[in-house]
Ligand binder design. Structure first.
Ligand code: CUA
Length: 331
């Protein structure tokens, strides 16, 4: 038997462990129109249920103190049956509560599911085991795991799943939308604050589901234009040395079967690496883009992301570092 004090401390630790104010994945710090709408509903439900909890708690306390068994009193109190007013009250009460929650919820559903405005930036989101692809059809830009969007402009996502069901979720930008094979789902939001927002696949999709993160980088108009221009620019030819060696290894290995690097290869199974070096992270956000981590990833992807679809290519440390240097140079 655990000591009651210890048990109390344990319960408190577990309860407080769920509370953290400064978390990057918190829905209570909205940064888009959609996230504000969700917080609005969340607020209504929280206050309504808090009111109900108080009424029930005080009612229960009153009944327990007022009607507890007393010495000499009959053990069975007077029973109430078929009290019309009571029956009506506890039928109508819950219906009113549900109505109070349903009306604003339905309003928000209609507001957030409306067709995207004409000037919205269209992005196609594809969820793969276990990474994200973002295509900008109007800009001819393709990237992975890091979605760049301009602040203040509606972004219209079309979500499609080439393999299994995933779910796109960036809490501070609102919404959560399943990515379903054979179906096109839509999600529209307007980001309100420049910054970097973390997201996560929210539908169990296999061994590395928890490793399927993403980032949304909200930029100023100017910053977004610069990013698009950089994505479309040709990468300079790598200088002689490890980067040039890395390019030669990449071009002559199995890498080309799965990855596109504009002008070098045209594989489509894995992320497009044309501007790999411009991303802050790799492998769906689990590693920073440094030579060490990229080389470790190339050496043995499954050791970092269990069940990763990318095979280990049997490169030496030196070869892996050369390829990493080459890839990081692609901006
Ligand atoms: Cu993709 Cu979970």
């Amino acid at each position: 038997m655990i000591d009651p004090v210890l048990r109390g401390a344990l319960a408190l630790t577990l309860a407080l462990g769920g509370c953290a104010w400064d978390t990057p994945m918190s829905t209570v710090k909205p940064h888009s129109d959609y996230a504000h709408e969700i917080l609005h509903i969340y607020g209504i439900i929280t206050w309504v249920t808090l009111g109900i909890a108080l009424i029930v708690g005080f009612g229960l306390a009153w009944v327990l103190t007022r009607f507890h068994a007393r010495p000499g009193a009959p053990t069975m109190p007077v029973q109430t049956r078929g009290h019309t007013l009571l029956e009506m009250a506890w039928t109508i009460g819950p219906a009113l509560v549900l109505l109070g929650i349903a009306i604003p919820t339905i309003q928000v559903i209609f507001r957030t599911q409306a067709a995207p405005p004409r000037d919205a930036l269209e992005v196609t989101v594809r969820g793969y085991q276990w990474w994200w692809e973002f295509q900008y059809p109007s800009l001819q830009v393709v990237t992975a795991n890091e979605l760049h969007v301009p602040v203040g402009r509606p972004v219209a996502l079309t979500l499609e799943g080439p393999d299994v069901i995933h779910s796109f979720w960036v809490p501070q930008l609102g919404g959560k939308r399943d990515v379903v094979p054979g179906r096109l789902n839509r999600l529209t939001f307007t980001a309100e604050t420049p910054g970097e927002f973390r997201g996560q696949c929210a539908e169990f999709c296999g061994v590395s589901h928890a490793n399927m993160g993403m980032r949304v980088i909200v930029e100023t108009d100017e910053g977004f234009r610069r990013w698009v221009a950089a994505q479309k620019a040709e990468s300079p030819e790598p200088a002689a040395g490890p980067a040039a060696d890395g390019k030669a290894i990449f071009a002559s290995s199995a890498c080309v079967g799965c990855h596109t690097i504009r002008g070098v290869s045209a594989g489509t199974l894995g992320p497009d690496l044309t501007t790999f070096g411009s991303r802050h992270t790799l492998a769906a956000g689990i590693l920073p883009t440094t030579v060490d981590s990229v080389a470790a990833w190339i050496k043995n992807p499954a050791a970092i992301k269990p069940d990763a679809k990318m095979p280990a290519l049997g490169l030496t440390d030196e070869q892996a570092r050369a390829v990493a240097t080459y890839l990081i140079g692609l901006k």
